[in-house]
Design a binder for this molecule. Structure first.
Ligand code: SF4
Ligand code: FES
Length: 254
């Protein structure tokens, strides 16, 4: 049965990329436990707007756990306390009446704050561009059986393709490493025959670009895997390392 709860929010407010931010306190009153975290923020924003105050800026789009746009740090956890859950799919039933909730943006040099809780994740777009294209025509649905793919590889590729590019892995990592994201993107193609022709170029270029963009290195902390809302496995980081090593050894593209 739906209940209502009252909360105290400590929210990071920052007017722009170059201004200093601080935590501000707001009350969230009569919040239905059926609401999502973003709907709770909508309620707070409605009240701020009615009072003539600036609403809290935060990113979102699909609100269905698909697009990767949402994401903030809730009480020190990327996307909040529930495992395998995006912020838009996090329900207020996971909080208790009277709770104080700390809400902060992703913190990483490569993801500068635009405003309040919204950060610039353009570095991920640059990484995807660095990955380049796939030259093998995948064909239509009726062509699917022409290129046999072992079931196990197909499953692993699909698991890697579940990455929605939210950036929680970077925000959770003490090194602000993008290895889980890049590992997922490299893996989803390296595992399939269609991804093989450009596999070496892709691994080399994405790793080089990752370093240039200021992301840190992986030191096996595994915070990325623990906080990833799509539960992307760090075995994809091991595959990225193998692909990069192979490309360096056997490829003419350096
Ligand atoms: S690996 Fe997980 S945490 Fe990182 S961008 Fe992809 S979905 Fe988000
Ligand atoms: S708003 Fe699209 S994943 Fe959360």
């Amino acid at each position: 049965m739906s209940e209502t709860i009252n909360l105290t929010l400590r929210v990071w407010r920052q007017k722009g990329p170059r201004t200093q931010g601080s935590l501000e306190t707001y009350k969230a009153i009569d919040i239905s436990t059926d609401m999502s975290f973003l709907e709770m923020l909508d309620v707070v924003n409605e009240e701020l707007t009615v009072d003539g105050k600036e609403p809290i800026a935060f990113d979102h789009d699909c609100r269905e756990g698909i697009c990767g746009m949402c994401g903030v740090v809730v009480n020190g956890r990327s996307h909040g306390p529930e495992k395998g859950t995006t912020l838009c799919q996090l329900h207020m039933r996971h909080f208790s009446d009277g709770d104080t909730i700390f809400i902060e943006p992703w913190r990483s040099k490569a993801f500068p704050v635009i405003k309040d809780l919204a950060v610039d994740r353009g570095a991920f777009d640059t990484l995807i561009q660095a990955g380049g294209f796939v030259s093998v025509n995948a064909g239509g649905a009726q062509d699917a059986n022409c290129l046999p793919v072992p079931q196990e590889d197909a499953e692993k590729a699909m698991d890697a393709a579940a990455c929605i590019g939210c950036g929680a892995c970077v925000a959770s990592c003490p090194n602000a490493s993008a290895m889980l994201f890049v590992g997922a993107k490299v893996s989803q193609l390296a595992l399939l025959p269609q991804g093989k022709p450009e596999a070496a170029q892709r691994a080399l270029s994405m790793v080089r670009t990752m370093d240039e963009l200021g992301f840190g290195n992986c030191t096996n902390e595994r915070e990325c895997e623990a906080e990833c809302p799509k539960e992307i496995s760090i075995s994809n980081i091991a595959r990225l390392n193998r692909e990069y090593f192979k490309a360096g050894l056997f490829s003419s593209v350096m």
